[in-house]
Structures are given as C-alpha cells and as structure tokens.
Design a protein around this ligand. Structure first.
Ligand SMILES: [Fe+2]
Ligand SMILES: [Fe+2]
Length: 259
C-alpha cells in the first residue's frame, strides 16, 4: 500500500515542469522509484537507529534543538541538565586548560592582567606594613606595631589568593621586583613618625578598596569565582582602613570622619 502510494507520488511529480535540469530530475525520480521498490526500508531504519542509550539521548536532544530552532521556542528551564552529555564531552577536551572551561566569559588575558596588578599592590602593602611594624617607635607604639604586623600577614594571605587564582586561570603571577611600584596602585612610603605611618597605611587601604571595588564590578557574573575571592579581600581591606582610621583618631586626638 505504502509502495503504491509512493509510486503514484513519483509518477505525478515526474510530470511537473519547471526551471532546472530535466534530465537530472528524471534520473533522480527514477532512482527514488527504484529505491522504493527494491530497498529494505526496515533494515535501513534499523541501521540508522541509535546503538545505545547515550546515542538515543543525543538523538532526542538534537531533535529537540532542531524543533526549538524551527519554531523559535525558548529552551526549557532545565536545559542545562539535558545538555549534560555535551558538558561531559567538552570537559574531556582541552584538559591542559585545567579549571578554565569553554563557558568562561570575558577575557582571560585581561583577568590575569588585573589580578597581577593587584598582586603588585599587595606586595607593596606587605613590604610597607612589615617596615612599619619594625620601624614604629614612641611611647604608644607597641599596640600599633602589632596591628601593622597583623595587617602584613593578612596582605600576604591576599597575595597568596591572587597568585593561586592567576595560576588556575592559566597565567603566571608576576613576582619580579623589577617595575613592582609601577605595576602597583598603592605607594611605598616609610613615614617620618608613627602618625605618618598610620596615615600612609590608611591612604593605601583606601586606594586598595577603590581598586578592588572596581574589579568586583568588572568580574561580575563573567567570573564569579574571582569576584567572590575579590569580595572577601575587599571586605578585609575595609576592616584595615577602619583599623587605621581608629588608630589615627587615637593618636591625633580628633575624629577624621564626620559622623
Ligand atoms: Fe590586601
Ligand atoms: Fe589591607
């Protein structure tokens, strides 16, 4: 019955005239007719069938994607779970890129550049705080020195986090002291006395806060891991600034900020 219908369809089609190569059309129709009469359709269908559950799933996904494309329909809410096979396959490719996968948004080079800028800033902060922790003198310097030393340790921890993230992104942390100050946001100022030191550290912390806040905005949703790490560092820089502000008030005897 199906074969008879197909034959009827083919012979009707052969009478249609139009633009193009008539010989080629006739040959094509002859071949189709021959195929309909002689081919083992069931065997061909069996050969084209998916060979395992994975192929069956991929076929279904391809059909769904084709239908979505044809109708302009939006992907279903849990499309990412349906795409699991594709995610698994891609994860096996480009293994040399480590944590960096294909859906990383934004520029990796720019991310590494910004993080290296922060690396230089943190190194300068470590050096400045360490110097102040040793060089601070005066009647009431003991507690301040401890605060400087504590901040030096925390700036070093920031440095470690930044270097680790640069490494995860496939970059190289720039630890070369040559050109360090030019790469950093903060400055290295020794200060003439205890109050000078505290003030310089407050200024450096405020610079760091401004830089990290901009970086957090830049990374946004493009690189949530880096953003969350920077948010943690930013919060600690704000604590540092607050500590330095309180010390400055205590040693200068007047409030710096209008409440
Ligand atoms: Fe820091
Ligand atoms: Fe800090």
């Amino acid at each position: 019955m199906a074969k008879a219908k197909a034959k009827k369809k083919v012979s009707r089609a052969s009478r249609i005239q139009g633009e193009g190569d008539y010989d080629a059309t006739r040959r094509y129709l002859r071949d189709v007719e021959k195929f309909v009469h002689t081919a083992d359709i069931e065997a061909a269908a069996r050969a084209a069938a998916p060979r395992n559950a994975r192929e069956a799933r991929e076929l279904k996904q391809a059909e769904a994607a084709g239908r979505r494309h044809a109708t302009g329909a939006k992907p279903a809410k849990n499309w990412f779970l349906r795409d699991l096979e594709s995610i698994r396959r891609k994860a096996r490719e480009h293994l040399s890129e480590g944590a960096l996968t294909q859906n990383y948004k934004g520029s990796v080079e720019k991310a590494i550049g910004l993080l290296n800028h922060a690396v230089a800033t943190e190194i300068v902060c470590v050096l400045r705080y360490k110097f102040h922790a040793v060089a601070a003198t005066g009647l009431s310097s003991e507690g301040v020195r401890e605060e400087f030393a504590q901040h030096a340790k925390e700036e070093e921890a920031h440095l470690d986090l930044l270097c680790e993230r640069i490494n995860q992104l496939g970059g190289k942390p720039q630890m070369n002291p040559e050109g360090l100050l030019a790469r950093a946001s903060s400055q290295y100022v020794e200060g003439e006395n205890l109050v000078d030191m505290i003030r310089e550290n407050l200024i450096a912390e405020r610079i760091a806060i401004e830089s990290y806040r901009d970086m957090v905005r830049y990374f946004g949703d493009n690189d949530p891991t880096t953003r969350v790490m920077l948010e943690g560092i930013l919060a600690q820089e704000e604590e540092h600034a607050n500590d330095m502000h309180d010390l400055l008030v205590a040693h200068e005897g007047r409030p710096m900020l209008a409440r």
